[in-house]
Design a protein around this ligand. Structure first.
Ligand code: SF4
Ligand code: SF4
Length: 451
């Protein structure tokens, strides 16, 4: 069963003109917002995708003129705040994206407005900057003596109430644990096996671990390394890795994105030139290198080289399979799996490679749910957005519970954060036994029978 929305056509995207002075001109941005809002008001196709469009349409419908010209410019920010840059309206829904002459790029217009807001300063700037400092938070919170205190506080209602009041993090939102045994510190060294390049898949891999896997769920990284080892693919970890920059992009903090780009790209570009496939096990991080950085730095050949070498892990494994180089000696049946395709994987336009890989496992039936979970990085944990995030995710929670073959044994999402958000949402359904949550990479490792 496949629950999906939108079409599969890949639109053309213009580079983000963020270095030009007009990009940061408030009046110029208002004029473009008014133009695009007017097209959206007439079209209204995206009303069910997220809360940005209903917010816009309510503002229009409740205005004196019932047109966009009746909406106060100061209210435009209310629409912008509801967009978490999932890119789904651009990539799968909108018929007016370039090359159409109307040139509608709703997410990048929201990004422009966020960048202007960020420079001007917002009341939630401290909270937003704190949440998006994933590297710094991870380094601090994974110090052995600190980690237990942080994890304990995340579960203490009193501490969470304080955190909600002081920091604006919703007291009921799921927050990740930190792990003092970070992935990058504890990853097993690759065996010295020969490189077997395939026609579609380089024979050696560089793992860009991502902040979340490194500091929060190192098991996903270890599982990926085990799968590569099982398939005799030598791997290295990317040296000196920093955050990919997606959390900063979502704030509109483009200068910080550039600083992080400058930290990561030289090393990654060297690996790309040496013929490595670079794997990032979190879709948002892979997307950053595949689409957002190339769009922000279209004339930087190193950024473009990294784009060409970057793979989603399952995209890579399926390319390996097409090259006849993937082992299919699965030992463990998974049973019923409800699998969620995250937005930032959908918009990579690589097809449903995770589903295809899980479908290779005998005794496994997959219920695929292709719709926004509402979590959206740090957006869904913020006090003012968490309830909306749960509302957006409700159809996903229901569809994940409704595996056509019976109650699912497993739930999985390529986006580990979305997976936890879905698990939290499903707890409110009438489903007391509850399926187990696991990342698809972990499911593949289990199916191989690897420790
Ligand atoms: S990018 Fe995503 S969150 Fe933003 S307006 Fe489009 S569908 Fe909504
Ligand atoms: S983004 Fe495109 S499809 Fe969506 S409401 Fe606006 S014009 Fe319509």
């Amino acid at each position: 069963m496949n629950n999906r929305e939108g079409s599969l056509e890949a639109p053309t995207r213009h580079p983000l003109d963020w270095k030009s002075p007009s990009f940061h001109d408030r009046e110029d941005c208002f004029a473009e917002l008014e133009r695009v809002f007017d097209i959206c008001h007439t079209c209204r196709r995206c009303v069910s995708l997220c809360n940005a469009f209903p917010t816009l349409f309510d503002l229009v419908d409740e205005s004196a003129t019932m047109e966009v010209d009746g909406v106060a410019k100061d209210d435009y920010g209310r629409v912008v705040d509801q967009c978490y840059l999932c890119d789904v309206c651009f990539m799968t829904k909108c018929p007016y994206v370039p090359p159409h002459e109307w040139n509608v790029d709703f997410p990048h217009l929201m990004l422009r407005a966020k960048a202007i807001q960020f420079k001007a300063g917002t009341p939630t700037k401290f909270r937003d900057k704190t949440l998006s400092a994933t590297d710094r938070n991870g380094k601090l919170a994974s110090i052995p003596i600190v980690v237990h205190a942080v994890n304990k506080m995340n579960r203490m209602p009193a501490a969470r109430a304080l955190m909600e009041r002081g920091l604006g993090v919703h007291k009921s939102a799921w927050l990740p644990d930190f792990d003092s045994k970070t992935f990058r510190r504890t990853a097993r060294k690759s065996a010295d096996v020969p490189v077997r390049d395939g026609e579609r898949s380089p024979g050696k891999v560089a793992i860009f671990s991502t902040c979340f896997v490194n500091y929060n769920e190192p098991g996903i990284g270890h599982d990926l390394a085990s799968i590569l080892a099982h398939n005799a693919i030598p791997y290295v970890l990317v040296a000196g890795e920093a955050c990919c920059g997606m959390p900063k992009l979502e704030l509109g903090d483009l200068d910080s994105v550039e600083k992080l780009k400058d930290k990561n790209i030289p090393t990654l570009a060297a690996l790309a030139r040496e013929g490595y496939a670079i794997l990032a096990p979190i879709p948002s991080c892979a997307l950053m290198f595949k689409q957002e950085l190339p769009g922000m730095f279209p004339d930087d050949p190193e950024v473009q080289a990294v784009r060409d070498a970057m793979f989603d892990p399952f995209e890579y494994l399926l390319a390996r399979r097409r090259d006849g180089l993937l082992r299919e000696d699965f030992k463990v049946e998974l049973g019923r799996v409800s699998y969620h395709v995250s937005c930032h994987l959908r918009v990579q336009n690589v097809g449903q490679k995770t589903r295809e890989a899980l479908a290779l496992i005998p005794g496994t039936s997959i219920n695929t749910v292709e719709r926004c979970s509402g979590h959206a990085g740090t957006w869904g944990v913020k006090k003012e957005f968490h309830e909306t995030a749960l509302k957006i995710g409700r159809p996903v929670f229901r569809q994940m519970a409704e595996h056509p073959d019976g109650a699912p044994a497993w739930i999985a999402s390529d986006c580990a954060l979305a997976g936890h958000h879905i698990e939290q949402g499903m707890e409110s359904l009438d489903n007391p036994a509850g399926p187990r949550l696991a990342h698809p990479i972990t499911l593949l490792r289990i199916a191989y029978g690897l420790d």
